[in-house]
Write a protein that binds this ligand. Structure first.
Ligand code: ARG
Length: 445
């Protein structure tokens, strides 16, 4: 029987519920253990301001710890008919402890709960992404140092231009990751502020001790203004997405270079056989599919900031259900990016490089600027030297001197990889990973 639009009967409600819950049942599983940690900090604070009894707190904490274990082992489920992770945790508590379980929500709203859960989730994920970036960074620096004397053609407009080297090429991507890490650090700093206590977005008449939950959860500080704390929903995700997009952009460029350099028409690098894929018709094929997929996935990741902006940019202050949709585009991206980083690290570690590439006469003109500079150093004005070499080339009288000597910072002969490493280490030290881990371990003890 067809339901009327204004019908308040069960059938309509079920449809509405399905639509409004959406993919939360799936996405909120990523937040489960963080939701539990948030509740542990919150009720510890509630007890300190007299909203929970001294005897009640340990009972609740014990039960929350066992729910945390459930979430960590992957056995936490959101049951049929339950809306989200916040409701499921409360349901498990009340099922076990009765009315006591119902006390944990004082001074809190699902709005600041999900804000907090997302921040705790993001903190954990940024740590994992930073580690994966460091793995790749070390491999790139190692390869750069190892092959610092092996020359490559450098291109502009994809036309041969000037001498380059594997030292420069590997090192360039390492330095790119330094800047990506700086952006990730900025995203970390914005993430690492406690929104808990903002409740529905306007605070609470209970005398909440927000500094206490800030310390218990290992945050640097809090989002002070409760309206601003709520405004962080979407803003934080967008900022983190820009940082992830920065890393993805570096990786997709590296992937494109690698695909091109393995082509027979370049032939500068060779991927390890076990990292290539074959063709169903051409028996000779060893294709760089891993890099092609990495390129596509990383390009896709770069659309994330725009997607988030389209969802949240024109919302006024205050909570809106629109924000829920950010979870389903944002949460899965961390695993995708970490996967791409892992693949890239693996292949960069084992890639074979070709020596003596520039012996081929097709690259002779790459040394034209070297010749111009030699004439300039012997006293000829640059414009005259440029013209002389140009005319020699036209007349077929140019013979390259392949003995090159670059000395300035960041050039073939002076890569400054130690300086690049210093910059990276400086950034890494600024993440407060240890402080966060210590706080969480203490809370769980
Ligand atoms: N699933 C919701 C979200 O992600 C949780 C918050 C619900 N709050 C509300 N006022 N309906 O935003």
């Amino acid at each position: 029987m067809a339901q009327k639009l204004w019908d308040k009967g069960k059938a309509t409600n079920e449809e509405i519920e399905r639509f409004t819950v959406g993919r939360d049942i799936e996405m909120d599983l990523f937040l489960a253990k963080h939701d539990v940690l948030g509740s542990m900090a919150h009720i510890t604070m509630l007890e300190s301001i007299g909203l929970l009894g001294k005897d009640e707190l340990p009972i609740l904490l014990k039960e929350l710890k066992s729910i945390y274990k459930l979430a960590e082992s992957g056995d936490f489920k959101i049951e049929e008919g339950v809306e989200d992770v916040h409701s499921q945790v409360e349901l498990l508590l009340t099922r076990k402890l009765g009315d006591l379980g119902k006390k944990i929500h004082s001074g809190r709203s699902r709005n600041d709960q999900v804000l907090l859960d997302m921040k705790l989730f993001i903190r954990e994920q940024i740590h994992l992404v930073a580690n994966a970036v460091m793995d790749l960074f070390h491999v790139l620096i190692e390869q750069s140092n190892k092959y610092k004397d092996v020359l490559l053609p450098g291109y502009t407009h994809l036309q041969i231009a000037m001498p380059s080297s594997f030292g420069l090429w590997f090192g360039a991507y390492a330095e790119s990751l330094v800047d990506d890490m700086a952006l990730l650090l900025a995203a970390w700093k914005m993430t690492n502020r406690n929104p808990l206590g903002s409740a529905a977005g306007y605070g609470s008449s209970f005398p909440l001790n927000r500094q206490m939950t800030t310390d218990l959860l290992g945050f640097d500080t809090m989002d002070y203004n409760v309206i601003y704390a709520q405004m962080g929903r979407g803003k934080v995700e967008k900022t983190v997405a820009f940082a992830l997009a920065g890393i993805a952009s570096t990786i997709s460029k590296l992937a494109f270079d690698s695909c091109m350099f393995t082509s027979q028409n370049f032939g500068f690098i060779k991927l390890p056989d076990e990292c290539t894929t074959g063709s169903s018709i051409m028996p000779h094929k060893k294709n760089p599919d891993v890099f092609e997929l990495t390129r596509a996935k990383c390009n896709k990741i770069q659309t994330l900031p725009q997607q988030i902006m389209m969802i949240m940019n024109n919302l006024p202050s205050g909570y809106f259900r629109d924000l829920q949709i950010i979870k389903e585009i944002f949460i899965p991206v961390f695993d995708e990016l970490k996967d791409c980083l892992k693949m890239t690290t693996h292949i960069m570690r084992d890639v074979k490089i070709r020596e003596n590439i520039l012996d081929d006469p097709k690259y002779d003109f790459i040394f034209s600027v070297e010749e111009v500079n030699r004439l300039v150093l012997s006293g000829m004005p640059f414009r005259d030297a440029y013209k002389k070499v140009g005319l020699d080339i036209e007349a077929g009288k140019f013979t390259p001197n392949k003995n090159i000597h670059h000395t300035h910072e960041g050039s073939i002969g002076n890569l400054c990889n130690d300086k690049i490493q210093d910059l990276m280490e400086k950034s890494m030290k600024e993440f407060s990973f240890e402080k966060v881990d210590t706080a969480i371990q203490k809370l769980l003890r």
